[in-house]
Structures are given as C-alpha cells and as structure tokens.
Write a protein that binds this ligand. Sequence first.
Ligand code: NAD
Length: 388
Amino acid sequence: MSQFSFVIPGEVVLGAGVVNKLAEIGKSYGSKAYLCMDPFLEISGVGSEIEGLLKKDGVDIVKFTKVKPNPSCHDIDEGADLCRKEKCDFMVAVGGGSAIDTAKAIAILAINPGNSWEYIARSDREFRTFSESLPLIAVPTTAGTGTEVTHYSVISNPDIHEKGCIHNKVLVPDFALVDPELMVSKPPKLTAYTGIDAMCHSLESFLNVNSTPFPDMIALESVSLVARYLPEAVANGTNIVAREKMAYASTLGGVAIALAGTILPHGLGQPVSGLVDMPHGASMAASLGHIMEISYTSNIEKFARLAECFGEPLDGLSTYAKAEMSVEFVQRLLKDTGAEVTFGEYGLTEADLEKTAEIAVNNYSFDLNNSPLKVSKEEIIEIYRNCL
Ligand code: NAD
C-alpha cells in the first residue's frame, strides 16, 4: 500500500432530532449568532423553531435569508456587510448546500477584507487567501452536497455566468447537525437530484485516480446507501429511515470528496450550472449515465466493485460484465427516481457548447486530470452534445 494521510476536522452529530442540540452547542461560541437560513424555512415554520432554540438560551440572532440556489456572490457580499456591522460571534447555517456555502463565505468576509469573488481560486488571476473565518455550525436540510463536512464554498458570479470555489481547511464547519427530520419536506424531484449529487460525490471520489483506501471505504459505504435508499426516499419522503440513510450517505460523500476530490461529472456539470443557473444535482444527473457509459473500460475493477456495492446479482459474471452492470444500474436509478434530465431542459444550447467546454478545461482541470477517462475539449463538447 502506498503512503496516504487523512484529516477529518469538524464534529458531526447525526440522527432524528439532533437539531435540538443547536442552542447547547451555539452558546459555547458566543452570545450573538449570525443565522444564515434558506428562505423556505421561513415559509415552512421550521425557521422560527430554530430561532426559538437559539433565543431560549439567551443567544441574540442576526438573520439573513437572501439565499438562492447557486448562491450569488453579490448576495453573499450583502450578507457579509451585515455580519461585519453586527459583529457576530459565530455563524449558524440552516438549509441546503446554497445556504451553507453562503454562510461559509460570509464567515470568511466577517473577519477578512474584500469581497467573496476575490477569494475564488482561479488559474487566470491572483486570488485572496485567508487563515481564519468565524466558527460555523451547519444544519443541512438536503441530503446531497455534503458541504457540512467539506472545506469548500461554491458560489456563482451572475455577471460572468460562472461558478467558482473557495477552498481552505478552515471552512470545514466546526459542527454539523445532520437531522433527517429536516429533510422530509423535500419534494421528490429535489430528493432525487440531491441524492444523485451524493451518489456522484462518492462515485467520483472512488474513481478519482488519486483516491486512497480511507476515502474509498467511505465512498463505497455511501454508494451502497444511496443505491438502497434513494428510491424509497423519493417514493415515500416521510420514511424517516430512508431519509436518515440518505443524510448519512450525503455526509459520507462530503468526507469522500474532501479527501479524494471529484472528477468528470462535476468538471462538466459545474460550468453548465454556472452558465444557465441549473440546479447543482440536476447538472450532475444530466451527464452521469453517459459519462459512466464511456468511462467504465478505463478502470474495469473499480466499476465492477461499484456493481457489488449496488447490490446487483453478480454470481458467475466476469469483472467486465460486472463493470457493465454498474453502468446499467446507475442509468436505471436515474430513470426510476425521476432524475433523468438533459442540460437542454435548463437552457443550454448547441451555441453554448464551445464556451462551456472552454470553462471546463480552464477552470476544472483538476476534475478532468483526476478522471480515469481523459478527455480533450472536442470530446467534452461531444459529451455535452450527447446530454443536451
Ligand atoms: P440548494 O441549497 O440550492 O436548495 C435547492 C432548493 O431546495 C431551494 O429552493 C431550497 O429552498 C429548497 N430546499 C432546501 N431544503 C429543503 C427542504 N428540506 N424541503 C423543501 N425544500 C428545500 O440545494 P443543494 O443541492 O443542497 O445545494 C446546491 C448548492 O451546493 C450548489 O450551489 C452547489 O454548487 C453547492 N455544493 C457545494 C458543495 C460543497 O462542498 N461546498 C458540494 C456540492 C454542492
């Protein structure tokens, strides 16, 4: 076995009802919380329960709910102005990946200069670095991104129609309260897209050419859970066991990408998501089946291992046939959960393909380079065309 290392900072508490620990954990960070919350929580009433939990223990709240899917750098900068003015002690983020990533970026700007886009890592210009951010408690309400355990904040710039990522180990939330009860309200389509995102994280980190045994182990547990429980979570959203297993799978997927990184589906999906404002999970679902189909021969053993984790009947099959089964399984899962989608449905057109492929090559080279299947810009355009 070659050398490898791993660090998992941040504490995770997982299970039905764990959100009730918010006050106890929060007050250890100070008396003024910046609550960054998805606006759907205001409508559902869950938001006021969460505010009540914090206030009950004497914590003052500054609330920010201007959170949109694919969060805009301008909204984040507005949220940061408020946080700087109010001098909050710590952040609480409640919502999907967009709310948590918004809070992560505000946590940086609260104690560092500049605006959020200046911190996005890009190869075409200098970017700001930092070594501290405000403490953050993350409470995810979707099961997909795993951002509650990653060191990434993914934000969008509507001026140039691109997404970008800030990465720094201090961005890993200090606490993640992963409560499946907060996820039962997700409608089937959102459950499917976010669940496929969790599947992508785990598949991609496992297939990443730089993967190592520890994230592999985590990723394989995650893919098994998604394979088994996503259809039920979509079909019966109030099944708390299915929600809990999906929540766990998502957190594991976050740990896996934080340790091993993503590959082609993210490298190609993120540029589209930025360009046409496509939901993140949908932008993964659009190409996952096709990418698996054209990639499985690049690492037959690993794809065969995936088929075993999917619980497919494999007795007597060759490694090659098992690898083929893994592709069929994922394509069936996309179909059965209603996650089948095309980039075209969200507005990507033939005229966008050259530019989108350019963004993938320039800004997502790490995803492309770490994929077992190497693709040129022309081949990326062809993949996009197949998934249009
Ligand atoms: P989201 O946060 O964008 O939310 C999508 C929609 O779901 C919103 O309309 C929201 O109001 C709604 N919603 C959230 N929770 C709900 C619930 N319990 N019930 C009903 N509706 C609910 O979706 P997401 O997929 O969780 O996050 C996507 C974002 O996360 C993207 O910006 C993506 O790039 C980012 N991301 C970040 C990381 C990371 O490690 N930082 C990893 C993957 C993705």
